[in-house]
Design a binder for this molecule. Structure first.
Ligand SMILES: *Cc1c(COP(=O)(O)O)cnc(C)c1O
Length: 226
């Protein structure tokens, strides 16, 4: 059971990072990122007690969705094309990648049509990398305030992908800036729930926990190299 061994190791590292930061490990949700991972392996993870899975592509998510039991929690963590919104509304617990107005409008429209409220995180490109999606730190607050009044959609926090690095200490400021942005938005009159900070992946999740992450998106450290 390589998965179980990996899971225990990751959970122990999360627990230790939480302890260092004076936080409770239970307040941190682990999302197992299953891109390229076959459904049999996902079922094995489910048997080990993991019940939240993240996919970055809509096509892959909807192929795996019917293979797993109802009640399995799915997260869309990658870039979302506007014309694919209708395929995932009602299937995912949280969309982590709201990054533009046209997408917000489409999520709102499709959610209303399906009589649900879609929960979303606003993706922020904290480091300003041009290979990544997301709003800049400067745009994000205005964007959140324009999206909050939309019906059928509820902003629940922020998400970021830190730049790749060998030394996770280097991306600590990225995580810190996302947390500070959430604090500013919460203190403003916008009225957005800033419940979740989705940040931290296999290479940097301990630093993310120390900086306040409460959703971690971890693939490689659980399932091995893709
Ligand atoms: C693939 C992916 C992850 C997980 O990355 P690992 O380094 O394998 O842990 C997290 N977030 C997003 C958006 C991803 O696409």
């Amino acid at each position: 059971m390589i998965f179980l061994r990996n899971l225990n190791r990751v959970q122990e590292r999360i627990n230790n990072a939480a302890r260092r930061a004076g936080r409770l490990p239970e307040e941190i949700k682990l999302i197992a990122v299953t891109k390229t991972v076959p459904p049999e392996t996902i079922k094995e993870a489910l048997n080990c007690g993991v019940n939240r899975f993240g996919e970055n592509r809509v096509q892959e998510l909807i192929l795996k969705y019917p293979e797993l039991p109802p009640g399995t929690e799915w997260h869309l963590i990658g870039h979302l094309q506007t014309n694919k919104v209708k395929k995932i509304i009602g299937k995912v617990a949280l969309i982590h990648s709201l990054d533009r107005w046209s997408l917000a409008e489409e999520i709102s429209r499709v959610a209303i049509k399906n009589d649900i409220v879609a929960r979303v995180l606003v993706q922020v490109n904290v480091a300003g990398e041009n290979t990544k999606h997301g709003l800049s730190l400067l745009e994000a607050e205005d964007f959140v305030s324009s999206v909050v009044p939309l019906p059928g959609l509820e902003v629940q926090g922020l998400m970021t992908i830190a730049p790749w690095t060998e030394n996770p200490e280097e991306v600590r400021p990225v995580f810190r800036q996302l947390r500070e942005l959430a604090v500013r938005i919460k203190a403003s009159k916008i009225g957005a729930h800033m419940e979740y900070l989705s940040m931290g992946m296999s290479g940097d999740f301990e630093v993310a926990v120390e900086e306040g992450a409460n959703i971690l998106r971890i693939g490689t450290a659980l399932f091995g190299k893709r």
